[in-house]
Design a protein around this ligand. Sequence first.
Ligand SMILES: Cc1ncc(COP(=O)(O)OP(=O)(O)O)c(N)n1
Ligand SMILES: Cc1nc(C(=O)O)sc1CCOP(=O)(O)O
Ligand SMILES: [Mg+2]
Length: 524
Amino acid sequence: MQSLGGIRSWPATWRTTTASMMTTTTTESVRKVAQVLTVAGSDSGAGAGIQADIKVCAARGVYCASVITAVTAQNSRGVQSVHLLPPDFVSEQLKSVLSDFEVDVVKTGMLPSPEIVEVLLQNLSEYPVRALVVDPVMVSTSGHVLAGSSILSIFRERLLPVADIITPNVKEASALLGGVRIQTVAEMRSAAKSLHQMGPRFVLVKGGDLPDSSDSVDVYFDGNEFHELHSPRIATRNTHGTGCTLASCIAAELAKGSPMLSAVKVAKRFVDTALNYSKEIVIGSGMQGPFDHFLSLKDPQSYRQSTFKPDDLFLYAVTDSRMNRKWNRSIVDAVKAAIEGGATIIQLREKEAETREFLEEAKSCVDICRSNGVFLLINDRIDIALACDADGVHVGQSDMPVDLVRSLLGPDKIIGVSCKTQEQAHQAWKDGADYIGSGGVFPTNTKANNRTIGIDGLREVCKASKLPVVAIGGIGISNAESVMRIGEPNLKGVAVVSALFDQECVLSEAKKLHKSLTESKREH
Ligand SMILES: Cc1ncc(COP(=O)(O)OP(=O)(O)O)c(N)n1
Ligand SMILES: Cc1nc(C(=O)O)sc1CCOP(=O)(O)O
Ligand SMILES: [Mg+2]
């Protein structure tokens, strides 16, 4: 099995997530759809199992094929009955999919018998995939045994050694380790280490069931380092299927090319956001309701019709309160003119604005941007971004840390971060940012005491960055071409303040800059 190795294994490709399906575009313009195959049980209540796996992959823009190992009769009250499929038939399903589709990642859920694990391993050796995510499902949340102790030895000896990541909860981790006590985070760490010795490349021990903790803590171990992933515990009955959802979301993110830790963080964020969004819905009369994987579709206001693409950074207009005052124009008029002139993304950078007034203006700008299909980001102010439902934020190195911003804004908002060094660029990627703003490329009067990194500094950041980059600082019509000419494939555009807004006519300056950028793009 070819492993992900913690790094992207499709070089020179960009994630270009569309509303419906994840594709990667290579330089030859071949579109490859990211694909997961789930090998799991069917849940008639559709909160967990195959049904949850397909929903989460669809919600994350990834195609999901399904091989059913067992059919369960279950609902929000529990599991009433289980019917295992014959191993030969499971094998036929596996062959059908693996011999035809280009599956990137296989995710396993309920593997109810050693014979079924055997046929899975056989098929994986015949049809290798890029990664194997093993959710070692043993007992349903309602307490029904879904895979008995007969499964343990083949899990330990054959399945875990070929897994890229395993995602047991504390009960499953304990069962795999012969019944050790796991009641504290320290014991989860020790369990993760022991499980890692059984062969999986990464281990995520989920602490949702730990007693007496206000946080939900998961322990991630990569063989060298531990990471504790914390999130607030969400008070809801609608937790049925969280384990399947987490593992499938990890698989979906890996299929798109994410490194393991990023995939795990995105998946945890996705589950937390979905649980929070669905905490009051009522489906079924039992103790364990399903939740809503398509949370964003429910709220057209907060659902972005299309998702962020690197090319959105092409002509990035950043507003400035002092300049608007000087030229006696409102933020709204400034934004309208910039969009009309060709700006492809807008950032409201209103350093001196009063909160109440800024919020009202930001709401109007959200409406304008949305009706023009242009994303609107807010500089620094996470509170304003949340309150006006902006598409995202831009933060700097001394603003709120990106991973915390992500946990506040959820998985789908755009987060940009300013980086002047290669280390900052690495960190931005790890923390889950969507793009990097890098500068000052040239000296600027707009931002006081800003360090100029020059064209060479920009090039260094681009080379180190796995994220798309927009250049900023002292850029205008006279020098935009020279910036884009550095030819780094992930340099996607320029961000400008004074070149648009410290001018008499924003519209005509935006048009001129757009034209010059388009010409320089055509030439390279
Ligand atoms: C696109 C873009 N890049 C960089 C910055 C600068 O952000 P930051 O470092 O937080 O400085 P302030 O803008 O807050 O002064 C930006 N705003 N946009
Ligand atoms: C807001 C900002 N950030 C910078 C950075 O280097 O991160 S430079 C800058 C100001 C850019 O304004 P102008 O286009 O007028 O030079
Ligand atoms: Mg800032």
